[in-house]
Design a protein around this ligand. Structure first.
Ligand SMILES: *Cc1c(COP(=O)(O)O)cnc(C)c1O
Length: 409
């Protein structure tokens, strides 16, 4: 029996570098082109126009190789992982990227790499439930001090500053009220005060907004949402400078929240259609918000693309003409009307999460924000009758017709 032939060009760190060098430089290409072609090796591996899945855990060593260069799956140096990293970096416009086992792994690993016991973090008040829970429950165990501030009120940031303040954490678009923080102000403030600025860009995606362009140091994502876009995997992303990412990567390698290459392959596949999906979702979500706004049976609609939204001007200036897939609203008839609507809609599933092909509808008070007390929710403006809609890629006309029917038109 003959030995299976192993193509040396496809194994080892030197080969990974060669692959990177061969990748065509699409620096000036539009996002759609980047999404398809960035980081794809030319010539393609084995001629395959789709990057193969390297599922192997370990690769042959070469003389002189250090531990961190070892190609081992948890060290995030498997060629499929490296391919995904290059693609993600191109899409966020970052020097480097790292994929993680979940969005929470991206966020917690970034914070673990940034803060030591005794350090202080400034965080926006309205955060994803898991992040908020981590910062209130786990941060004290780690010896971190956290102050929650109003991401629109610079005075509250200045008041929060302490000698050991190390970082500022914010989300591009808040859930479920879709407030858009003073992102440029936060990036500038962080730079002025030597803080690491970290933004969770999950709700926007780089199609809507690329935070590194306004000076954010680190961008995190739950790739479980729109980046993958098909509601069928769990993954996270961190992007930033090579210097920042070297520290985060070191911490990820030790805490172990690395992404499995098979999930990474699915994510890389989802990324190719990111621009198409997010633009369609953005246009449809705005059409739905416009349909609902001003109706007698709808009391309030929160969509940053509406002129009535308190952050519309900022969002219009920062975002590329789309405002994400999520919006929220309050039926005039209160909780009963909200529940009736959830039961009446036929196209969306009643489920949390966002960014997939399917539209999803929920009442945050009993799902994503059930962990908060009724008083805390009311203080944030998350009323019991608030409905959150995550727009899928169905036709806008069909979704509008579904709403019209469910509302009894
Ligand atoms: C879902 C989500 C997360 C957490 O991501 P997982 O992939 O579920 O760990 C973090 N931030 C935001 C804004 C999210 O929507």
């Amino acid at each position: 029996m003959s030995e299976p032939s192993i193509e040396t060009a496809d194994s080892g760190t030197a080969a990974a570098e060669a692959t990177a060098a061969e990748t065509t430089d699409f620096a000036t290409a539009a996002f759609e082109t980047l999404a398809v072609h960035a980081a794809e090796p030319r010539p393609a591996h084995g001629g395959s126009v789709v990057h193969p899945i390297y599922q192997g855990t370990v690769f042959e060593t070469v003389p002189g190789q250090g531990y961190d260069e070892l190609q081992y799956i948890r060290l995030n140096t498997n060629p499929s992982q490296e391919h995904l990293h290059r693609k993600l970096a191109a899409l966020e416009g970052a020097e480097t990227a790292l994929a993680t086992a979940s969005g929470m792994a991206a966020i917690t690993t970034t914070l673990l790499a940034t803060l030591a016991a005794g350090d202080h973090l400034i965080a926006a008040g309205a955060l994803y439930g898991g992040t908020h829970h981590f910062l209130t429950e786990q941060a004290p165990r780690l010896g971190w001090d956290v102050d929650f501030v109003d991401p629109e009120d610079r005075d509250s940031w200045t008041e929060a500053l302490r000698p050991r303040t190390k970082a500022f954490f914010v989300e591009t678009i808040s859930n479920p009220l879709t407030r858009v923080a003073d992102l440029v102000g936060i990036a500038d403030f962080s730079r002025e005060h030597g803080l690491t600025s970290i933004v969770d860009n999950t709700f926007a995606t780089p199609v809507v907004f690329r935070p590194h362009t306004v000076g954010f140091d680190i961008v995190c994502h739950s790739a479980t949402k729109a980046l993958n876009g098909h509601s069928d995997l769990v993954a996270g992303v961190v992007t930033g400078s090579a210097e920042h990412l070297a520290t985060i990567r070191h911490v990820l390698n030790l805490y172990g929240g690395s992404l499995d290459p098979h999930a990474g392959f699915l994510l890389a596949r989802g990324l190719k259609t990111l621009a198409l999906r997010v633009r369609q979702q953005g246009a449809t979500s705005l059409a739905l918000a416009r349909f609902l706004e001003g109706r007698e049976d709808i009391a309030q609609v929160n969509h940053p693309g509406l002129e009535s939204h308190p952050d519309h001007e900022r969002a219009a200036a920062l975002f590329g003409g789309y405002y994400g897939s999520v919006f929220s609203f309050r039926p005039a008839g209160g909780v009963e009307a909200a529940e009736a609507l959830l039961k009446g809609l036929r196209i969306p599933y009643v489920a949390p999460s966002l960014g997939g092909a399917e539209s999803l509808v929920t009442r945050p008070a009993i799902t994503s924000h059930a962990g908060m007390s009724a008083e805390e929710r009311a203080a944030e403006g998350i009323h019991d009758d608030l409905v959150r809609f995550s727009t899928g890629i169905e036709a806008a006309d069909d979704l509008i017709a579904d709403f019209a029917r469910a509302l009894g038109d």
